[in-house]
Design a protein around this ligand. Structure first.
Ligand code: DGL
Length: 288
């Protein structure tokens, strides 16, 4: 029986994490839940986030019976992970800002954290920084308008519009003279390439996809793939190209995986979500 791996986010932000793992391991079943009814999480209180995440995850488990759930949302992880683990008897993998690797490779010991308002202000993040980046200056930046733009408009916008949205954030990190920027909101993985173009070469962007995929494989005890994966380097292709590669078997040319994409609410935006799911080779499968 194939293992089922579930990914959860307030919206589309967790898709790059699903694609990254599907690229390594195409024979798992992949299911995805976007809690669009409650998007955005980043400007809500901890109490509210806890309540909505616990409820959505309960329905997601009932519907899909996953073997592992990836909370592919930094905000939800930072606020709810211990509560999820206490309530549901299932392995959870959280997504937290990759501050630790950034601090260890930063040369000038100045790093940027680009995340949601909740993630940059939460005590969890303060602890993460003091534990793993105590020797660095960490500059945090949040802008809920960018998160909403990515969720609702980016895929129908041109490059100029996307750059205009990102310019203040890019300038902030450039002015602070950081040499690494951590993408601490999963939505920002979609703007990785645009951000990279706005940065001078010395600023490198870091995210947590690799660590998260490795952790899922460890939990599933797929030690073989895990070992092979350690030898791979992340290829410099776009998320979309990777999605296309992974949804088709290169030998037979046939579709190898019907990943399923769910929403928590039907809205005027449903067609937009359907199009995005399709773009990333995930089959829109309804409301949970
Ligand atoms: N994608 C989510 C994260 O990683 C947050 C987006 C939101 O504000 O809902 O934090």
């Amino acid at each position: 029986m194939n293992k089922t791996i579930a990914f959860f986010d307030s919206g589309i932000g967790g898709i790059p994490y699903l694609i990254h793992l599907r690229n390594i391991k195409s024979d798992f079943n992949y299911v995805y839940l976007a809690d669009n009814a409650n998007f955005p999480y980043g400007i809500k209180t901890g109490e509210t986030i806890k309540e909505i995440v616990l409820s959505a995850i309960g329905r997601f488990i009932e519907k899909t019976s996953p073997d592992v759930i990836v909370i592919a949302c930094n905000t939800a992880t930072v606020v709810t992970l211990p509560y999820l683990r206490e309530k549901y008897n299932i392995p959870f993998v959280g997504v937290v800002p990759a501050v630790k690797p950034a601090a260890s490779i930063s040369e000038n010991k100045r790093i940027g954290l680009f995340a949601t308002n909740k993630t940059v202000s939460d005590s969890y993040t303060d602890n993460l920084i003091s534990q793993f980046a105590g020797n660095c200056e960490v500059y945090k930046y949040a802008d809920p308008n960018i998160v909403s733009f990515i969720e609702n408009k980016m895929f129908e916008s041109d490059n100029k519009e996307i750059m205009d949205f990102l310019l203040p954030a890019a300038n902030y990190f450039i002015e602070k003279d950081v040499d690494h920027v951590v993408l601490g909101c999963t939505h920002f993985l979609f703007i990785h390439d645009t951000l990279e173009n706005l940065f001078p070469q010395k600023i490198k962007i870091i995210d947590s996809r690799e660590g998260v995929s490795r952790q899922v494989l460890r939990i599933i005890s797929d030690t073989d793939t895990c070992a092979r994966f350690s030898l791979r380097r992340r290829c410099a292709v776009s998320i979309e190209d990777t999605a296309k590669q992974t949804a088709w078997d290169s030998d037979t040319g046939s579709k190898i995986n019907d990943s399923a994409f769910y929403l928590t609410s039907s809205s005027v935006n449903n067609d937009y979500y359907k199009k995005i799911a399709e773009r990333f080779m995930i089959k829109y499968s309804g409301i949970i």
